[in-house]
Write a protein of this length. Structure first.
Length: 160
């Protein structure tokens, strides 16, 4: 019975495969060091999705800037709290954090009739350009959604 429910959910949400879009100018392979920023969210699940994403980055063997360090630097940059950052802000934050790229995202949690959505972007610190982005329907498990989406992005960057 559980398998039938999972299949029905997958069909209702368009499957679990993410939609991935890669910039033609994306450098080959994942960046050496990534800072995962807090995901915006309509509920408390954004932090869980970001945690899952951080796990995927670590599992891929990429260095991750420690979250408290990211939060401390971001607290000094009020512009970043609005969710929109300029290319210059990404460059400065990359320099301060030693990050080659940032992962930013938004999580709109799953509801009864609305599956919600997780959207993630990898932004190159040196240019502020979006290198690759992906989205998937939310499953209601924000950690797994974040982990799966970020793992898919990193695999796409690695050409796998």
């Amino acid at each position: 019975m559980r398998g039938v429910i999972l299949l029905a959910f997958a069909l209702a949400t368009g499957g679990v495969s993410p939609r991935i879009t890669r910039s033609p100018s994306a450098p080959p392979g994942p960046p050496a060091t990534i800072a995962v920023l807090a995901f915006t969210s309509t509920d408390a699940q954004g932090a869980s999705a970001a945690d899952g994403c951080t796990e995927a980055v670590l599992e891929a063997g990429v260095r991750v800037v420690e979250r408290q360090r990211v939060d401390a630097v971001l607290a000094e940059h009020t512009e970043s709290r609005s969710g929109e950052m300029s290319a210059e802000s990404y460059q400065e934050l990359g320099r301060l954090l030693g990050a080659d790229a940032f992962i930013v995202g938004s999580y709109d949690g799953a509801g009864f009739l609305d599956p919600g959505n997780l959207a993630v972007r990898l932004v190159q610190a040196s240019t502020g350009d979006v290198v690759i982005m992906g989205s998937r329907p939310a499953s209601g498990n924000a950690i797994n959604d974040g982990r799966a989406t970020c793992a898919d992005l990193l695999r796409a960057l690695a050409g796998r």
